[in-house]
Design a protein around this ligand. Structure first.
Ligand SMILES: Cc1cc2nc3c(=O)[nH]c(=O)nc-3n(C[C@H](O)[C@H](O)[C@H](O)COP(=O)(O)OP(=O)(O)OC[C@H]3O[C@@H](n4cnc5c(N)ncnc54)[C@H](O)[C@@H]3O)c2cc1C
Length: 430
């Protein structure tokens, strides 16, 4: 029996890997909560904190239920893939492992270790399935030709925009495809994390799973028609409506970028097409762009000199780090945002840009510490978006202008009445 190894493609709709695997029949799925992703990183933060861990547990639960409807078992482990997969391959005489292709450092190391341990009798079918614009359709001959300036990339891609249609959910396999499954999805405690309640001030109470992603898309586009005003609201800071909040599902692949793209296209046909509908796709192109930058530069996105090989006099102060992380820098706009991420695992795009600029550009602190903290906390952590946005803000990535934010000015423009800052800084009320 063959295997689908799920990682950041936790959905059954528009899942190319699943579709291909189902055409061959006799398959089961595997998902590993890899203990390494819950350990502390080199900067002292847990690689996955409770917010994303909870979202992931919900997502895997939902995936298991959806796969069951297709008569596909999902075996879930809290072990390293290189320990589980060779065992399963031997037991089920698997000839093929199907998976979504990943290209960042840790994912590649794990993949290569699994490959070396299962032996040459098993082939791996890897599919690029997390882009909006598939690498076969991106208008560059090689990944090295991807420009270092986003606008150049965007204009060329837009002039030849070719987005694949989502593939449908596979038909159910015969009932006897299901196999015995006594594996359990770990809870937060088993992952070394504490359970928690939702902070009442949260901008959005995220819940994992493909159905929840669809529900949010339905609300943001069709029920509220917030999409029609996205360009005006997207720099907001308070509440669920200022932006789509789809990032967490996009990041772990419980929603595909293609599905969102085609839903926006339908909205443009059936409701209206305006600069806001365009802007959401524009942002999805940023997401793709950073995936291509990570593909082009490999491990450089994690290095202190970044993709520009640019050296700065980076500092490391435990005191400044403590103040930043706890939201006690005495810069109210920074503090409010840092309290928000600490309590909810969420921060708006405007907030992220400001606290990152403060950390790297105003305080000259090693930008990788900031990126590692975000990796730990963010509910929507995505390796490419996080590390490339941090490089961008820190002057070692794709920002040709190498800007620094004036935090007080930003607060005046984006939080003129102090509503956001009051929400997070008046702790005694909560
Ligand atoms: C320092 C820093 C770190 C970041 N880390 C992450 C991360 O780990 N994961 C992540 O998904 N985004 C990250 N972003 C990008 C952005 O802040 C979030 O994607 C966005 O705030 C998510 O909210 P939304 O879904 O409501 O976005 P919307 O404004 O509704 O945008 C729609 C989608 O477009 C994509 N998108 C929007 N802005 C960006 C951007 N700047 N870069 C890449 N994709 C974008 C996201 O997939 C998002 O869901 C980071 C930005 C900064 C400045």
């Amino acid at each position: 029996m063959d295997i689908i190894w799920f990682r950041n493609d936790l959905r059954v709709s528009d899942n190319q890997t699943l579709k291909i695997a189902c055409e061959r029949q006799n398959i089961f799925g595997v998902y590993c909560f890899d203990p390494r992703f819950f350990e502390r990183n080199a900067f002292g933060f847990k690689r996955t904190e409770k917010f994303r861990a909870k979202f992931l547990i919900e997502t895997v639960n939902a995936l298991r239920a959806s796969l069951k409807q297709l008569n596909i078992s999902l075996l879930v482990y809290h072990e390293k893939p290189e320990e589980i997969l060779p065992r399963l391959v031997r037991l089920h005489k698997s000839k093929t492992i199907y998976l979504q292709k990943e290209w960042t450092r840790d994912e590649k190391i794990i993949y290569n270790t699994v490959k070396s341990k299962v032996g040459p009798q098993t082939t791996f079918e890897e599919v690029y399935d997390q882009f909006l614009v598939h690498p076969d359709e991106v208008p560059y001959d090689t990944v090295n030709a991807i420009p270092n300036v986003f606008t150049q990339f965007r204009k060329k891609v837009e002039s030849e925009m070719n987005i694949r249609r989502p593939v449908s959910r596979p038909d159910p396999l015969p009932y006897n495809n299901l196999i015995a499954n006594d594996t359990h999805i770990p809870n937060l405690k088993a992952l070394g994390l504490q359970d928690f309640g939702t902070d009442v001030r949260t901008a959005f109470p995220f819940k994992g799973g493909e159905n929840e992603a669809n529900r949010r898309m339905q609300y943001y586009l069709w029920d509220s028609k917030n999409l029609s005003k996205y360009k005006k609201t997207r720099n907001g800071l308070v509440g669920p409506d200022y932006s789509s909040k789809l990032s967490a599902w996009l990041a772990n692949g419980s929603l595909s970028a293609r599905t969102l793209y085609w839903e926006v296209a339908r909205y443009e046909r059936e409701i209206e097409k305006n600069e806001s509908t365009y802007w959401l796709i524009f942002e999805l192109l940023w997401r793709d762009y950073f995936k291509y930058i990570a593909l082009k530069y490999g491990d450089k996105i994690f290095r202190i000199d970044g993709i520009l090989n640019r050296t700065y006099n980076w500092k490391r102060s435990a005191k400044i780090q403590e103040q930043w992380v706890t939201g006690t820098t005495k810069k109210p706009f920074v503090d409010a945002n840092m309290k928000e991420i600490a309590r909810t695992g969420w921060m708006s795009n405007r907030g992220r840009q400001n606290v990152a600029s403060y950390w790297a550009k105003s305080m000259h602190q090693d930008w990788r510490v900031g990126a590692a903290y975000f990796e730990s906390m963010l509910i929507d952590y995505d390796v490419h978006s996080n590390w490339c946005n941090w490089m961008y803000t820190s002057g070692v990535g794709n920002d040709p202008r190498d800007r620094i934010f004036n935090i007080e000015r930003q607060a005046k423009i984006y939080d003129p009445q102090g509503r956001f800052q009051n929400l997070w800084l008046q702790e005694r009320l909560f």
